[in-house]
Design a protein around this ligand. Structure first.
Ligand code: SAM
Ligand code: SF4
Ligand code: SF4
Length: 384
């Protein structure tokens, strides 16, 4: 689709009954050609939220004041089944997806998740390779589930941990959950053979910035890569304020005051983290000391290379973390005459070709204001 083409369906809202003309045009999309969005970005990374529920109440994501006992979570019948998720994931591989991240809410709360992992691990990329199949978790259930996830074919893991200090961590997850149990989850994951584990730390100025150096000291040389994430204005409920963002540049300066470090080249296009390695006493990079990553979603937008889409728990495709609407996909699979695999892929392609999103870049440029927006969907619903 050229940049001036008017979309045949406004598929970003609710299910639409396709006109015969729209259906024919979607069916004419050539999946063998490059499928690019309006800013010439391909789709390479699909993040799949498998539940909108969580057993933590991190203030920056699901604050207790909003996510109360009475909060209306999605009914079970609205959740995509494992078969539906696999069908959509398989369709996405036909557009070039190589990496799938399972997320949520807390994905390990979804029953029998290892069955889904098994199904997804059987999928192949366009060039016949296994997918990079990973999962982001708060690790509260990881010690119990790590072995089953590994056996099912999960290739990598990301664990969220915002502090080593138990009091700070208990306050940040707001469920009094101890650090020791997260660390036990990480240890179990290492012992069952996960060799590529990342730890995500969301940095909030005035809350956990004192934990930056202790966290780096703890994971340095362990093979676990620590990533510092700037606190983002996602969703509508976390009460985000710019003065609570600690820029990645400041985080890097704090680290470099303790250890000499060197920037590492990006492993792939669209990589979210800028990586730094530790130097040895002679000023040479020492890979045995590992690396840290800085994710600067607020101060250094990376929208121009963003190749990610998010599939919500109830089957909508979101082209941006800060989107207000998603494209309903589930109805294609649940209608009286379900779409075949090729049509699902063409429908995804048509949706991707309409994408213009670049929220962080526009926020950084001052084109749109920073901060939460009432109509914006929550991260726990579309996945991080
Ligand atoms: N519950 C899982 C977990 O916490 O790892 C997976 C879902 S969580 C939404 C995914 C990631 O998003 C976590 O690493 C979390 O720290 C991050 N996140 C949530 N809200 C954020 C915010 N406002 N700014 C930056 N990162 C955020
Ligand atoms: Fe739950 Fe993860 Fe959000 Fe924390 S960041 S509330 S663990 S979904
Ligand atoms: Fe991608 Fe949207 Fe984030 Fe930009 S703001 S990097 S387009 S998800």
């Amino acid at each position: 689709m050229s940049k001036t083409t008017i979309p045949l369906i406004d598929a970003r809202q609710r299910p639409v009954a396709l006109t015969a003309e729209a259906r024919a045009a979607i069916q004419a999309i050539d999946l063998n050609g490059p499928i690019l969005d309006q800013l010439s970005r391909p789709l390479r990374d699909l993040r799949i939220s498998v539940t909108d529920r969580c057993n933590f109440r991190c203030s920056y994501c699901m604050p207790k004041s909003v996510f109360t006992r009475d909060y209306a979570y999605l009914p079970q019948s609205d959740l995509l089944s494992f078969e539906e998720i696999t069908t959509i994931a398989q369709a996405s591989t036909r557009l070039g997806v190589r990496k799938i991240r399972i997320t949520g809410g807390e994905p390990l709360l979804r029953k029998n998740l290892d069955i889904l992992i098994g199904q997804l691990s059987a999928l192949r990329t366009l060039d016949g390779q296994p997918l990079d199949l990973t999962l982001t978790t708060n690790a509260s259930l990881l010690a119990k589930k790590a072995q089953a996830l590994k056996d099912a074919g999960l290739t990598r893991l990301t664990v969220s941990l915002d502090a080593l200090d138990d009091n700070i961590f208990r306050a940040m997850n707001d469920m009094d959950f101890p650090v020791a149990d997260v660390l036990e989850g990480i240890d179990t994951a290492l012992s069952v053979g996960f060799s590529d584990i990342k730890v995500n730390m969301v940095v909030k100025r005035g809350t956990n910035q004192d934990q930056i150096v202790p966290m780096a000291a703890h994971f340095r040389g362990t093979g676990v890569a620590l990533r510092f994430i700037e606190y983002m204005d996602v969703g509508a409920s976390n009460g985000w304020r710019m003065d609570e963002v600690l820029p990645s540049a400041d985080v890097l300066a704090m680290l470099q005051a303790h250890w000499p470090m060197q920037a590492l080249p990006a492993k792939s296009k669209g990589e979210t983290a800028k990586r730094y390695g530790y130097l040895d006493g002679n000023g040479n990079l020492d890979p045995s000391l590992g690396e840290v990553g800085l994710i600067s979603s607020v101060t250094e937008a990376f929208c121009h290379e963003c190749n990610r889409a998010r599939l919500s728990t109830d089957g909508r495709l979101f082209a941006c973390l800060f989107a207000t609407q998603g494209t309903e996909i589930k109805h294609l699979l649940r209608s009286a005459e379900p779409a075949d695999a090729t049509f699902v892929a063409q429908y995804l392609a048509h949706t991707w070709q309409q994408r213009q999103d670049q929220y962080s870049a526009l926020r950084q440029a001052g084109v749109i204001p920073a901060g939460n927006a009432r109509e914006r969907i929550e991260m726990s619903y579309i996945g991080g």
